[in-house]
Write a protein that binds this ligand. Structure first.
Ligand code: SME
Length: 159
């Protein structure tokens, strides 16, 4: 049986990584693992209002498995925080979304955001986007920890 810890603002990312390894054990299906990953992040990190994937199709990101309110479906590369991350191919942390030029407000409650590129064998297959209603929600510790969790997802999944 799988148990998660309570949602935390200061999570133990090594422990979360161990839990993720257990969650993915015996399953490599992309949709299943992407949906589970979104739910896992949403239920283990505090103060989030959206967590999920946008997947690359040509020069566009298309909404994938997520947790949260309904969201915009298509984001061109270069647009918003997600499209910027797709072009830069590195994690983008935005402490104040209102100060980010071109930010796309899917949920008006969002105040800060972190978007991680999903890169498999040098190929960008999408991004993983996390929003918070709290300003400056995502620390450097969160960036490092979330990159580790995303690496676990990629290693455990047929992408
Ligand atoms: N804020 C994102 C759009 C996606 S939603 O937040 C779910 C952006 O600026 O790219």
């Amino acid at each position: 049986m799988f148990h998660t810890t309570a949602a935390s603002r200061q999570p133990d990312y090594d422990e979360l990584d161990r839990q993720l390894a257990g969650l993915f054990e015996g399953e490599r299906n992309f949709i299943a693992n992407a949906a589970q990953f979104s739910a896992f992040v949403a239920q283990t990190l505090a103060d989030l209002n959206w967590a999920g994937f946008y997947l690359a199709h040509g020069e566009e990101l298309v909404l994938g498995p997520f947790q949260g309110k309904v969201a915009c479906v298509r984001i061109p590369f270069g647009r918003g925080v997600c499209g910027t991350t797709a072009v830069r191919r590195e994690t983008v942390v935005v402490a104040d979304v209102h100060a980010f030029p071109g930010h796309i407000a899917c949920d008006a409650a969002s105040r800060s955001e972190i978007v991680l590129p999903v890169i498999v064998d040098g190929r960008l297959i999408g991004v993983f986007d996390i929003d918070s209603p709290e300003p400056d929600r995502f620390s450097e510790q969160d960036r490092i920890g979330l990159e580790k969790l995303l690496a676990r997802f990629i290693a455990s999944t047929d992408c």
